[in-house]
Design a protein around this ligand. Sequence first.
Ligand SMILES: [Fe+2]
Length: 439
Amino acid sequence: MIQHDARGEALGTDQPASAAAYEEALALFNTLQLDPVVVLEPALAQDPDFIAGHLMMAGFLLSGIDGQLLPAARECLGRAAASRHRPTVREKSLLAALRPWAEGDMGGANRLLDRHLVDHPRDLFALQLTHMADLVLGRPAMLRDRIGRALVHWQPGDAGYGYLLGMHAFGLEECNEYARAERLGHRALAVDPQDTWAVHAVAHVYEMQGRVAEGIHWLTEETRHWEQNNALAVHNHWHLALMHLSNRDEASALALYDRAIAPGPAAMALDLVDASALLWRLGLRGVDVAGRFEALAARWQAQATWGWSVFNDTHAMLALVGAGEASRIAQASAAIEAVPTGAPLPWWNEAGTLCDAVTAFGSGAYARCAQLLLPLLPIAHGFGGSQAQRSLIFLTAMEAARRAGDSALYDALASEAAMRKPAWTGGTVERRAQVLEVA
Ligand SMILES: [Fe+2]
């Protein structure tokens, strides 16, 4: 008899064990606990024609936002297509949507997933996977509105309903609707206290509103489950480090880097991104992190997949520049420039400029760095990631202006920051803004 998931979606298998593994792996994915792959692999070994399982496995690999995982994702999709079972309508639609992503076209996949989720709004796995793609692709409105579209098809008692609230909370936060985001984040956690994405959404609210003491308390006292065996552990530690920086407590941020952010053997590309971003921010503050950058650059050298993600490539470049790896910088720049015009990559036209700016900063050409970054600031959302992550571009431009002695540009950016988010620079901007009498 055909099996269904806990929300009533047909799974295209008659094996109850396969359906149970699907649900168990999805629950781990929902809370970002490791490792859903370990749950799903044996089920696929037992039921190699389990299309929904192969699609889920492909999605797990794609959600790593790591170009090195694309070939394995393509293999999973190939197994789904080769199944002796006929796919359900949902499976057929999802297979078609994931194919371009596995070929490197996340934007094309995202557009197909737009329609897939209109037709299958209770496909919780696809909803979460697409939410992650929206984040990487720099589509803040869709982080909020994609969940908004689906919610009409859900009831509060449905299995997984709380995770929609957590995703919606994050989308609201990225659209600057902080009060609603905070409320929904707490509602999500009332449904499932293990909802790490909801914890993260509330942490973002504290970050963006400069509620530093509450944020530190939130991540160290009120929620702790995400610290172990969780795909978001490094990222939430990164958020905690940002809060220390807002307190001008660079020593605590550095200690946190060494304890919980510096890449371990199993670090994923997303973990390396956070490591690069924190070291770069410390470097902007004048902290000597060159030695740590050297170790991180070596990891990027092994794990970077140049020409697939502007977001990843830029963060890899930060490490190479921070480590002063001139020959590797040249190799990476050449690889980035070799990406053909028109490649299906978001923000690719700006990638070269951004990497040039980072390289200019590293070589002390601060005026050139600021000049290159200034036109990127109004379109920085295309870089992808969250507002908190993208603020790195703004902070680099501001520090470059300061080091270049360009007081007009520095004053303008400092004033802008003071009006938008004083906590970004740990008090520097507020003091500057007081001088400017704009705060
Ligand atoms: Fe975040």
